[in-house]
Design a protein around this ligand. Sequence first.
Ligand code: NOJ
Ligand code: CA
Length: 514
Amino acid sequence: MTIQHPSWLDHAIFYQIYPQSFYDTNGDGIGDLKGIIQKLPYLKGVGFNAIWISPFFASTFFDAGYDVCDYKKVAPRYGTNQDAYALFKAAHKLGMKVILDFVPGHTSIYHPWFKASCLDKKNPYTDRYIWSDRIMPPDPETHWVSGISERTGSYMVNFFSIQPALNYGFAEVQHPWEQRPTDPGPQSTIKDMIDVLLFWLSQGADGFRCDCAATLVKRDSDKKETAKVWQKMIGACKEKYPDCVFISEWSNAKQSLSGGFDIDFVLAGDTGYPLCRGENPYFRFDAATKEFDSWWANRSSDFAFADQKGKFVSFTSGNHDVNRIRASLSEEEIRYYYLFLLTVKNVPFFYYGDEIGMNDETGIPSIEGAYGRQVARSPMQWDESKTAGFSSSHKTYIKIPSIAERKGISVVAESSKKDSLLNYVKGLIAFKNLHPALDNDAVMKFHPVKDAMPLVYERSKGNEKLLVAFNLGHEPKRIALHGYQGNILFSLGSAPKITDKTILLAPHSAVVVA
Ligand code: NOJ
Ligand code: CA
């Protein structure tokens, strides 16, 4: 099979940084790019070799930066463009990659493109957004806003009212104001977006996580037109920067990888079965249900598709839109999920703070459009001090939970505790790096699941072959040894009993054997 992705993805382990909450170096109470630079050695020390930074561009911050005002400028609160370039350099020096958050679907209403598109007089931005020629009545499917422009009409919104949808056209045109993806308006949007992408790549960025990637072209049920837009944008970047990487917030590998993405996120919520969060997550002891079998059967066709294309899917520990993994799983259960995350075929992503088991922080009022998502956006807990080592200021942009609430969950506290979650993550990454069969691109053979448990897969690369098995239920499970020697390389819970033909997995246990 030809390799269709940049080879650095075979060993990449990503860490997502939510910049406002990561580390503040100038004492203004909000995280900054210099803070990320300072913490790179920590990340590298744990074993992360790639970071994704949530949007750090000039913004109105009505949606935490997903409402961009200038795609080519760093928001002053985070520093300067020079800081971003220095960050790319510092990361590369450590052998790490940096991917940015690209928000192509919408801007802020304060973006100059949008301001120009509000004018009555025709101008180059008249068709940059989706405008109707009338005041739109309430519509259950689409969200329209009017009343802030001299131009007569309403603009279509993607998420919040301040996020007007950029115009990539309609796959099926039904109204006079709708354009085809090939019309000049949508084509000029694409052209300017390619310019943005090439700008950051030329400065040293290694790629992009692409926000709302599936919904660029409207009324595009099979997503074929949206995929074409991506082929164009990604194609233009890969032509000049073949090693750059594109990761989609899409959760449908068949569609997104056809658009040219290297990786598609498997996000709970979008894709059905919750693995590690919510009411009944698979990785909670004794909680796995039979629904998992059909969920996995569906997903495995996505994995097969990714394999066939020489591309990937990505599982995550969490992100800035969902509750913390620790809110759904015990610290012990989290270890099982991380074993899965680092041994199943994928490019793994960790959300900041999940390596130390930070929990949901309730009671913090919503800021920057977080609402229910606020719980997972609290400042990184570096140490046990009052400001958690996040800032030298006590006036932080967001309230820091009390020391009692944090209960010793910090980088400092966990570094000194041998069996801490942080040291477990470090050890697990080191274990993964020792075994070529656990490289992200190593072949995976998944054993069909029956009645949710056990979960068994094999990984292989070169001469190495490993079998990974989980039993998260309360009854012992016996599985065939499938010709493996039965050498236990890694285990969680009570050690399994191995005979020459079978492995007997104790309740709540997991094992990697050669
Ligand atoms: C998905 C992002 O992850 C989320 O934080 C944001 O609010 C929406 N897209 C809109 O851009
Ligand atoms: Ca700062």
